[in-house]
Design a protein around this ligand. Sequence first.
Ligand code: 5GP
Ligand code: MN
Length: 339
Amino acid sequence: MRKKTAKYSKLLSDLLKRSDNIILVCHQNPDGDAIGSMLGFARYLVNQGKSPVMISPDQIQEFLRWMKNSDSIIINENEPGRAVKSIKEADLIVMLDFNHVDRSGRLKDHILASDARKILIDHHPDPYFDVDLLISEPEFSSTAEIVFSLVRDIEGEYYLDPEFIEAVYVGIMTDTGNFSYGTFNGNTLREVAIMLDKGLDKDLIASRVYDNFSIDRLRLQGFASCERLIYLEEARTAYIYLTRADLDRFKHKTGDTEGFVNIPLSVKGIIVSALFIEKENHIKISFRSKGDFNINTFAAEYFNGGGHKNAAGGKYNGTMKECLEYFEKLITGSSLLRK
Ligand code: 5GP
Ligand code: MN
């Protein structure tokens, strides 16, 4: 069964054709899907004779920096003037992998103030955005898969440029945890099969993404599982917390804690897992759940966040101690989690 993106293709290709200054923007703390979908779409546009400008609100994680052209993404945190100037000159802004303008961080006000036409391409549920073309498909594995499908619709056949395929594959692979969770299905795998037939080197890409960390990161992971893992058996929950001092001790770099939130899920019976990271003036949280427990709603209601049904994130303004007490109270009070 083919998932339908064809309904967007006429308007999408019209908007692309009519635009000369196209800006692509991804979400804060961009993950493999944010960067993969942005690089993939940019590659397609370049091949169409366009000169898209890519902007990320903040740093690109170490494990994605090998990706072709990732060094040409403007990092707003480093070069705010350049990013804002590009947005001001844009006649089309394409936003990828987020469902609320808040997720673009400090770019938000500039995006809202811009007269450019706007397109949102995303797979998170409940988009809340005023745009000219809303491409919201929550049943897709990743935004990258939507991009692959949209380009196929426009081109009338699979678009098999190697750099395009590599970028979208990174998005699909990372958002499904190397094809172990998330909303991928037979259609996703059929698309991946076509990429493999075309010569995509899946082992090399997996190795670049998953075997690309420092020894300090591996030690931090061991420390986190051993010393900073709290197991709430009754509530079928386990979480990891890491303070600034913990991160400093293991010479933490951006991206080092990526994936840590999945560690507690390997314990039998666990339904909810969380990762709390102490930032300069808030606590950043990642959540995961299994089955029917909707962690997206939980993150939105109590931690000013959002995401997907089984993978979401949020923030807490306060100390780590206050945050953990608040979380434990909420989660132990949740009747859904008792055996
Ligand atoms: P992760 O835990 O891997 O950073 O994020 C899991 C999912 O939750 C992703 O789809 C991500 O976009 C979303 N997410 C993470 N943090 C936030 C947040 O602060 N607000 C919202 N709305 N979504 C978030
Ligand atoms: Mn995604």
